[in-house]
Design a protein around this ligand. Sequence first.
Ligand code: G1P
Length: 244
Amino acid sequence: MSTPTPIRKVVFPAAGLGTRILPATAVLPKELLPIVDKPIIQYGVEEALAAGLRDVILVSSPGKTMLEEHFDRHPALEEALERRGKTALLESLRAAVQQLELSTVFQDEPLGLGHAVLVSRELVDDEPFAVILSDDVIDAAPNALEQMLSVYDEVGGPVLLVERVPHEAVGRYGVIAGTPIRDGVYRVEDLVEKPPPDEAPSNLAIIGRYLLTPDVYGALAETGEGSGGEIQLTDGLRRLLEQR
Ligand code: G1P
């Protein structure tokens, strides 16, 4: 098999209202809530950069300007740090910003994760791409995306990250049915979004990392409302699986 097209772009769906964690998110986008001294979305962005993906596409909503501002330069702050000789802090502030190419597209209505990915279509164009859900912060070495990219090179098609979760928790996730290819890698046979635990095909839950091929857009465009009345990425992937 020839080497698949390299992945350069990464989509961050970030248009949600954060209603599950109000009042923290009344003004502050949930993606900017910190773990220790770093906003959660920055962990995802740094993971992507470390994996060689520099072209970052934010799917945001018109009110969430703070997200783009966070990844912009901060001249007054940088100047103050420079004056005070705080070189390490200055470097940490600039590091991610200097490497990434950021574009933003708005998801005007909260129609679901599948819809959020669909609105990135023009910016991604006809290339394979990654999706990171910044809520899922993953500590791993090599990082999650790097591990998935090596599976992508091997299989030459979409790759999802899954995790075994307790049976009673499967209803909070997209769940796959899979057959093992080798240790830790499954071929996806079916997927279902937020199944009742008794109907779930397994306890392998999709976690917020996807490597996708551009044909997913056609499948998503044909995907109607699913779980929660939203257009689900899992349903789009299920449709894609029928075609390839
Ligand atoms: C989304 C996806 C779901 C996936 C989960 C991982 O659900 O729809 O398939 O398992 O992310 O975090 P959400 O958490 O947005 O309801």
